[in-house]
Design a protein around this ligand. Structure first.
Ligand code: SF4
Length: 167
């Protein structure tokens, strides 16, 4: 991770932020959500965003409905930094394991979930696996915000994600 970041004149935390934003939905592409997801201070987030914006790897877009709120989006240059990154290589290595690495992925998922609990962190999860996710003939909706969800948002991660009740 350090080597990957250094190739672009960045620190590992900058790559973590880019990787997070590449997956985050429109409720979660916010500075406060980055701080929650990575367990870092708002000051560190603010400094890191200034670096990434200065290198034109992300842009800030004002929220049309919420005054001071800004959404963070990767630029094409930001996306290209992630190509062939450590996370991409892990994904390819998992896929190359016989049976697609499914068993390994489940083990990693359970390990990370347990670590989230131990560290008292908010569980971010994939939208369509959330207890609030609703889908009908009209499309996908969020049961929490009562807003429609664009299809491409349903595979992203969300700071409001809630695990479905266990059967
Ligand atoms: S359904 Fe859950 S994960 Fe999806 S946007 Fe709503 S709260 Fe977030």
């Amino acid at each position: 991770m350090r080597d990957d970041a250094a190739q672009h004149g960045l620190l590992p935390v900058h790559l973590h932020i880019l990787q997070y934003l590449a997956q985050a939905n429109h409720y979660s592409d916010l500075p406060i959500a980055i701080a929650e997801y990575l367990g870092i201070t708002r000051g560190t987030v603010s400094q890191s965003l200034a670096v990434l914006e200065g290198k034109e790897l992300l842009i800030k877009a004002p929220d049309p409905r919420h005054g001071k709120r800004v959404h963070l989006h990767l630029t094409a240059a930001g996306e290209s930094v992630l190509q062939a990154s450590w996370a991409e290589r892990v994904g390819r290595a998992l896929a190359a394991i016989p049976s697609g690495g499914i068993a390994c992925e489940i083990t990693l998922f359970n390990l990370l979930r347990a670590l989230q609990r131990v560290n008292g962190q908010r569980p971010f999860g994939i939208c369509r696996q959330c207890t609030h996710f609703l889908s009908d003939a009209d499309g996908a909706h969020c049961g929490l915000t009562r807003e429609p969800l664009a299809q491409e948002q349903t595979s992203r991660i969300c700071r409001e994600w809630t695990a479905p009740a266990e059967a």
